[in-house]
Write a protein that binds this ligand. Structure first.
Ligand SMILES: C[S@@+](CC[C@H](N)C(=O)[O-])C[C@H]1O[C@@H](n2cnc3c(N)ncnc32)[C@H](O)[C@@H]1O
Length: 282
């Protein structure tokens, strides 16, 4: 099995059990201006009619895009269970939702004006192939807008959770496969991936998103991380106890816990049409 196949198998089995985990955590996340990270991506493709969501999960971003009206929408995801949830959304009745890989998009050349991806691009292997496929299905002048995961906001619940998780991991031999290509998490790396596919300069913005809430909500969000998947149940129970004790001092008078996570918002335009690199030469 190739590395990408191993990663994709892991993601498929993880999301079979937790098909909407990202939307549950980040759907109620808010940036400094009150918008969620999904809304920030949506607003960057305002005015684009045909939009494809790569790694669309349970369809929250597509749903927000559909509410603007007049759009042709499509989504691709590895997880049939996540897509089943997306198909249940009334706003997505007309959307084309495909189970499959972003490395092999089932659309003809020039099918979309924009391609979006929320917390998914950084998980994809064979990333050059993804970039080539996105360039192929976009019209020249089309845009790619993606949110990729950054790090924790200092002192808040997410940072504390990551510290406890690392400590727990020192006692647990089980590891998840390394996911995606780390270059995608930084502006220069993403530029290096996108440039050969025909994209221009990458615009990059770092936005803190607070996914805080009640203690239980915050635990639900942080414990949805892929890294917990191989942990034994009793290790997760211990991690939960440690976490709840550790963040007790952060609880506000309103009973919520701040949990900041930085999201990197990247946009790049397709500056030249691409040869059909994903197809074998004639
Ligand atoms: C962290 S979840 C985000 C889901 C959704 N975009 C959201 O933000 O709610 C990542 C998603 O990317 C999908 N994914 C990862 N690699 C993929 C690939 N190579 N092709 C298609 N989907 C992929 C996973 O199946 C998963 O649903």
């Amino acid at each position: 099995m190739t590395n990408s196949a191993v990663q994709e198998e892991f993601l498929r089995s993880f999301h079979a059990v937790r098909p909407a985990v990202t939307a549950e955590a980040f759907g109620r996340g808010r940036g400094p201006d009150g918008r969620s990270s999904y809304e920030l991506v949506r607003d960057r493709v305002a005015g684009h009619r045909r939009v494809l969501d790569l790694g669309c999960g349970d369809g929250l971003l597509l749903d927000l895009l559909a509410r603007g009206g007049g759009r042709e929408l499509a989504g691709v995801d590895l997880s049939p269970q996540s897509l089943a949830l997306a198909r249940r959304r009334p706003a997505l009745r007309a959307a084309r939702l495909h189970t499959g890989r972003a490395q092999e998009l089932p659309f003809p050349e020039g099918s979309f004006d924009a391609c979006v991806s929320h917390l998914a691009l950084m998980l994809m292997g064979d990333i050059e192939q993804v970039a080539a496929e996105v360039a192929r299905v976009l019209v020249p002048g089309g845009v790619l807008v993606c949110a990729v995961g950054g790090g924790a906001v200092g002192g808040e619940a997410y940072e504390r959770f990551v510290r406890l998780l690392r400590r727990a991991g020192e006692h647990s031999p089980a590891r998840i496969p390394a996911l995606g290509d780390p270059r995608v998490r930084g502006r220069e790396g993403l530029q290096e991936v996108l440039r050969p596919a025909g994209f221009g300069d990458v615009e990059w913005e770092i936005v803190p998103i607070d996914i805080g809430g009640t203690l239980e909500q915050v635990w639900e969000s942080v414990s949805g991380l892929y890294d917990l998947a191989p942990m034994e149940e009793r290790a997760v129970v211990r991690l939960r106890e440690d976490f709840l004790a550790d963040v007790a001092d952060l609880i506000t008078p309103e009973g919520t816990v701040p949990c900041g996570f930085t999201v990197h918002l990247a946009s790049a335009g397709l500056t030249r049409p691409l040869r059909r690199t994903s197809l074998p030469p004639r």
